[in-house]
Design a protein around this ligand. Structure first.
Ligand SMILES: [Zn+2]
Length: 336
């Protein structure tokens, strides 16, 4: 922990001075809801379980995506959906994705293969993955994706540079959160000891010291500010302490805990990237998630309870921020 303490102190000073500047200038604040549409196969890989054959729509789509679109529609909010290309190729998912795009949600690239070791791909394999994912998203929405998120937050400079060369406006893969990194390492270690190794892979540790607000990365050191044209939009964390404010952590914080964390963020973060997964819109009574019951405790929280919590979170955030898609957030951040 102590290696982060001095950085956190300096960061707090910088953040508060920026916040003062921001409030003096009366700038608009933008929040985005971004949702990674990871299918059940991804969770089998994370938990080291055997693959299963899926007929028709995956539960993440049939229940999770369907439910999240209905919920956001009730609230009048638009999100950014990070779509896995191979899942988008499943005809059973086309209708939902097309409807989402038509309704104004942004479809962004979450890779074609959703391989957690993507950053270790050869250049040729990486380009092929991007091309195939872009092709299916163009087929569904008529538009090339403008944003990318790598599986498992396993980003590096090469991936971001490829995004820039391919004309992406932003990457959103950096999760500057030491507690997430520690927890992920512990879970992966535990699964390995039990002889059921996770097929996820560890994030580059440098991401932990990356800026917590959108920034133009250094082309060689993605965790530093630099002169890349592309904007990096990190996941939301609290300033200084860098606690995660993503779907999974909301279930631990609950409404009161979120309010405390939010009080730290609302005056200091001009942009908020609230990241969710399709599974955050499901519970263990839903069909197709039975196998995950012992592995995903957050599934024990009933959807009705999650819905009430998200409603609280979004309405609190909406007191200070305008909600918009990540592409519009990235554009606004670029202009700053
Ligand atoms: Zn994912």
């Amino acid at each position: 922990m102590c290696m982060f303490a001095p950085a956190s102190f300096v960061e707090s000073l910088v953040i508060w001075s920026k916040a003062l500047e921001h409030f003096m200038s009366n700038d608009v604040q933008i929040a985005s809801i971004s949702v990674d549409l990871d299918s059940m196969a991804c969770y089998r890989e994370i938990h080291g379980l055997d693959a299963a054959k899926v007929e028709g729509a995956d539960a993440a789509y049939a229940v999770g995506v369907d439910r999240l679109l209905g919920f956001l529609d009730e609230l009048g909010l638009k999100s950014t959906l990070f779509v896995v290309g191979k899942d988008a190729e499943n005809p059973a998912h086309h209708g939902l994705l097309k409807d989402a795009s038509t309704a104004g949600h942004e479809l962004a690239n979450h890779s074609w293969a959703h391989d957690y070791a993507m950053r270790k791909f050869s250049e040729v394999a990486l380009i092929a993955d991007f091309e195939r994912a872009e092709e299916v998203l163009v087929e569904i929405s008529g538009q090339k994706p403008r944003g990318f998120r790598t599986p498992g937050y396993n980003v590096d400079s090469r991936l971001i540079n490829i995004c820039e060369r391919r004309g992406y406006a932003y990457d959103s893969s950096v999760f500057p959160c030491p507690s997430y990194y520690t927890a992920k390492g512990a879970v992966m270690g535990w699964l390995k000891v039990r002889g059921r190794p996770s097929r996820s892979s560890m994030t580059r540790a440098e991401a932990l010291i990356a800026p917590i607000h959108p920034y133009h990365p250094d082309p060689q050191k993605f965790w530093r500010r630099g002169n890349s044209k592309i904007v990096e939009v990190p996941m939301a964390v609290t300033p200084g302490t860098r606690l995660p404010i993503i779907g999974t952590s909301l279930h631990l914080l609950k409404a009161k805990g979120f309010d405390i964390a939010y009080a730290m963020m609302r005056r200091t973060n001009p942009f908020l990237n609230l990241e969710f997964h399709a599974i955050d819109f499901m519970d263990d009574s839903d069909p197709g998630v039975e196998f995950l019951r012992p592995h995903q405790p957050d599934l024990q929280v009933p959807w009705a309870e999650k819905k009430a919590l998200y409603r609280h979170v979004f309405s609190r955030v909406n007191e200070d921020y305008d909600f918009d898609t990540l592409i519009n957030l990235a554009r606004a951040a670029r202009e700053k």
